[in-house]
Each structure stands twice: as structure tokens, then as C-alpha cells.
Write a protein that binds this ligand. Structure first.
Ligand SMILES: Nc1ncnc2c1ncn2[C@@H]1O[C@H](COP(=O)(O)OP(=O)(O)OP(=O)(O)O)[C@@H](O)[C@H]1O
Ligand SMILES: [Mg+2]
Length: 477
């Protein structure tokens, strides 16, 4: 009978008398099992539950022409590299002992040894095994906690599949391309991958290409030396340097100019670059996660995005589905955001009525999860009772009834219509202008397939101004 509270030592020796001798020393403190050949030893280890192996180096050599003891050492290492193997050496040559030392974390134990020596050796090895297991367990636990904390809420099969893929890719340093409509959680997923990856304790550096003026993208990414250009008063590290050993998140990658696409390609290929105005070649160890809501494949076909860069980025593609394609997640996310908003505003979290949920699931959610988050926060802020009422939803939801599944007309478009018709009594000049601006930006983005550069050209404004309006006017909500 094995005692579960004790660790198990496997003794491997072809001589029964030696096995017995060793067993008698260890039996008081450990479960002891025995094997007389490499084959039996590996079967025992393969069955699991072995914490330490002691084996004789000089057992009769087997057909592979490798000392039987070394064979056990190699075999155990392949099965579970954490199991310590103590190799007992006799009058073998120094070379054989050196071989053991090279392959094992434990020094060989020369014969003859005293019972005390073997006890100490086994005790140290068993403790090390236990520590290894505890560390592994803590690391797993930490990752699990980080996973929960990083807050990718949802349970639809589509999202689960993405999370599974994210988990496998997180283990590696492979470049990831996250695609999906605006507000589907691309940045949330990027942060999640970082948090569950071995790079979690290193920096996560985000860089939104669309938010930067074209002229600054290069120095933001690669940094600059003092005097590299007018206004460069001191040396500055770029995002690539800041992200060293961690993750660099390149958001809205579709907005890179052709010149910057070439430069990025070079860094991705070589992991080396120079600061602007600098001569030193800097090397970095980073994982790149890029994201876009644009269709890069189409952009490649239209000659707007370099094919070679696209292939470099598209090593693993995670495509986030739009919220309307994740119906079952709508109530889950909605309650999540209610709790979050209630906490933020110091209120008790109200519950969602069935009617309320039904309105939510009928809506098309063009702004996806971000829009849902804003709608829920607004509802929590203006509601007073224990239950969220349909009244706390924006007007466009009121047009939805439990029976129709039609998408409502856009708030701001109806504002435009109103301006063409009669002035509504509650009209405010400022808010009508804001609505009008928002609608112009939306329309331009729609016509330009979400390309901010093109939309900015279409509206004859700068990209930065467009970006500012998108944020300030909550165009994507
Ligand atoms: N699965 C999720 N669970 C919880 N919150 C989420 C989830 N996905 C997104 N969110 C929330 O929705 C909002 C939008 O997410 P995020 O910024 O990651 O979207 P995005 O796809 O990067 O949008 P954009 O294309 O506009 O940059 C954030 O406030 C985020 O907290
Ligand atoms: Mg984003």
C-alpha cells in the first residue's frame, strides 16, 4: 500500500540485494518501489507518482549500447524532467561519471556510500521535486488569476475558441494579428494574451497608429537622438525599446503609411533598428500584437498595404466576432457592465428586467461591446430603482419592440432629418451641431470602409483632428 502523504522513491538496480539494502534505508520515510531494468523503471515512472529515482549506473548494457543507468536518466528526463534522478556509480571510469554529471542536475553518488549519505541525497532531491511542483502550481494559479483579472467576459463557442487559441499563442512569442469591427475587444484580447504569457511581468506597450500625426509615428516607434529633428531636444526611447522583453501592441495597423510599412517590416524581420538620427543598432526581444478593424487582405489587393508586411503580421490571426454574432454573450456582458458601472458610481447594482434584455438583444450594436458598455453605464447612472427599466435606454431602443428584430434608425441621422423638416421644440443648437458633425464623420468612415486617412481626406481635415472628433463625439458608440 502506498501512503499518499509520503513521497515515492523508485530504486533501479539489477541486483536484488542492492535494491533491498537501499530500500531498508529509505522505507521508514518514503514509499519505495523497485525495478530491475530500464524498461521496468520507465514503465513505473510512466505510471506516475514517482518523486525521486535512484539508479545504478553500471547495470548490464542494453541493445542500444548505452549504459543502462544513463538510459534510465535520459528516459526519465523525457517523461518528466522535474523528477530528480540520483545515479549511483561504482568502479566505473571517470568518463562515465562525467556523463552522468553532464546529463543530470544531481552529482553522481559514488559507491560505497553510507545510509546517512543516501538519506541526505534523497531528502534533498525529494525537497527539490516538491519545490518544483509548488512553483509550477503557483505559476499556473497566477496565470489563472491573471486570466480572470484580464476580464475577457463571454462564453459563446466563438469566443471560447479564440480564448483557446490565445492561450496557445500566449506561450510562444509569435506575432499575432487581431481583427474585428470597432469595439469588439481587440485591445482587451491583446492585453489578455500579454497577461497570460511568460512576458506578463514585462511591459505591455500600446501604440495607436491612427492617433499619431504621420510625422511622429517613426520617432514614437523607434525613438530619436537629441537633435534628430527640430524639436528633438533630448534623446527619447521609442515604443520598441520600451517594450523590450514584453509585448508591443500596434493598434490600427492599417493606418501605417507606405514608408512606415517598409520600416516596420524591417524591424519585424531583424528585431533590430536605429533611433532616428542614431547610429547604434538596437536589438529588442518583443512580441508584436497588431490590430485593425480594416480588411488588410483587401488593402493588400488594392495596393494600400504591403503583402510582405501582411504575411509577417498575420502569423496567427484572431478574428473577434461582432457582438450581434454573439447573442448569448449580450446579457452576460450587460450584467458585467452593470456591476462595473455600479461600482464606479457607488450605487447598488440594479438587475436587468427581461424586457430590458430583450431590447438589448434586438439591437444591431454597430459599436459592439464598447457601445454596450456605454449604454449600460448610462442606464445605471440614470436609473433609480432596483431594476433597470427600458426607459433608461437611449431613444433608439424605444423603437424596438419585443416582437420586431429590425435595427433602429440612427439617432443622429434622425437629427439630420429633423433639421430638414420642422425644428423640434427641445432642440439645442449646440447638440444639433454636435450630432451633425458626428453623422458627417460616421458617413465618411462608412464610405471609406473605416479608413481614417481616407475619411480625413474626404472631409478635408487632418487625421489627428478626425481622430479627436471620433473620440470626443463618441462616433463609434
Ligand atoms: N470580452 C470583453 N469583456 C469585457 N469587456 C470587454 C470585452 N471586450 C471589450 N470590452 C470592453 O469594450 C470596450 C472596447 O474594447 P476594446 O477597446 O478592446 O475594443 P477594440 O476592438 O480595440 O475597439 P477599436 O477598434 O475601436 O479600437 C472596452 O471598454 C473594453 O473594456
Ligand atoms: Mg482598439
Amino acid at each position: 500500500m502506498t501512503d499518499k502523504s509520503r513521497q515515492t522513491v523508485l530504486i533501479v538496480d539489477d541486483q536484488a540485494s542492492i535494491r533491498r539494502q537501499l530500500a531498508s534505508v529509505l522505507e521508514d520515510d518514503y514509499n519505495v518501489i523497485q525495478a530491475s531494468s530500464r524498461k521496468d523503471a520507465l514503465i513505473a515512472v510512466g505510471n506516475g507518482g514517482v518523486h525521486v529515482v535512484i539508479c545504478d549506473l553500471h547495470m548490464p548494457p542494453n541493445e542500444d549500447d548505452i549504459t543502462e543507468g544513463l538510459g534510465v536518466l535520459e528516459g526519465v528526463r523525457k517523461l518528466d524532467s522535474r523528477i530528480p534522478v540520483i545515479v549511483v556509480t561504482g568502479d566505473d571510469s571517470r568518463n562515465a561519471a562525467m556523463e552522468v554529471a553532464k546529463r543530470s542536475a544531481y552529482a553522481p553518488l559514488p559507491k560505497p556510500f553510507t545510509p546517512v549519505e543516501i538519506e541526505i541525497m534523497v531528502r534533498n532531491a525529494a525537497q527539490s521535486h516538491q519545490l518544483h511542483n509548488e512553483i509550477q502550481h503557483l505559476q499556473d494559479e497566477l496565470r489563472r488569476l491573471r486570466e480572470v483579472e484580464s476580464g475577457v467576459v463571454g462564453s459563446t463557442p466563438a469566443l471560447k475558441r479564440i480564448l483557446d487559441q490565445a492561450k496557445s499563442v500566449a506561450e510562444t512569442s509569435a506575432t499575432v494579428l487581431i481583427t474585428g469591427e470597432s469595439g469588439t475587444g481587440k485591445e482587451v484580447l491583446a492585453r489578455h494574451i500579454h497577461k497570460i504569457s511568460p512576458r506578463a511581468d514585462e511591459p505591455f506597450i500600446a501604440c495607436n497608429i491612427a492617433a499619431l500625426p504621420e510625422t511622429l509615428v517613426e520617432s514614437e516607434l523607434f525613438g530619436h537622438e537629441k537633435g534628430a529633428f527640430t524639436g528633438a531636444n533630448s534623446r527619447r526611447q521609442g515604443r520598441f525599446e520600451l517594450a523590450d522583453k514584453g509585448t508591443l501592441f500596434l493598434d490600427e495597423i492599417g493606418e501605417l503609411t507606405p514608408a512606415m510599412q517598409v520600416k516596420l517590416l524591417r524591424v519585424l524581420q531583424e528585431r533590430q533598428f536605429e533611433r532616428l538620427g542614431g547610429k547604434d543598432l538596437l536589438t529588442v526581444d518583443i512580441r508584436v500584437i497588431a490590430a485593425t478593424n480594416r480588411n488588410l487582405e483587401d488593402m493588400v489587393e488594392n495596393g494600400q498595404f504591403r503583402a510582405d508586411l501582411y504575411y509577417r503580421l498575420n502569423i496567427v490571426n484572431l478574428e473577434l466576432p461582432p457582438l450581434r454574432g454573439r447573442q448569448e454573450d449580450i446579457p452576460i456582458l450587460a450584467s458585467h457592465f452593470v456591476k462595473k458601472a455600479a461600482e464606479k458610481h457607488g450605487k447598488a447594482a440594479p438587475i436587468l428586467s427581461q424586457e430590458f434584455e430583450s431590447r438589448l438583444s434586438q439591437y444591431r450594436w454597430p459599436g459592439n461591446i464598447r457601445e454596450l458598455e456605454n449604454v449600460m453605464e448610462r442606464a445605471v447612472v440614470i436609473s433609480t430603482g432596483k431594476e433597470l427599466l427600458v426607459d433608461s435606454l437611449p431613444t433608439k431602443f424605444k423603437e424596438l419592440s419585443a416582437s420586431t428584430s429590425e435595427a433602429p434608425s440612427d439617432d443622429s441621422r434622425s437629427t439630420l432629418k429633423l433639421i430638414n423638416g420642422e425644428l423640434p421644440p427641445e432642440l439645442s443648437f449646440e447638440s444639433a451641431i454636435t450630432d451633425y458633425k458626428r453623422e458627417l464623420v460616421r458617413q465618411a468612415l462608412r464610405e471609406c470602409h473605416n479608413s481614417r486617412s481616407e475619411a480625413a481626406q474626404r472631409l478635408k481635415i487632418s487625421r489627428q483632428y478626425l481622430h479627436k472628433m471620433i473620440n470626443e463625439l463618441k462616433v463609434e458608440d
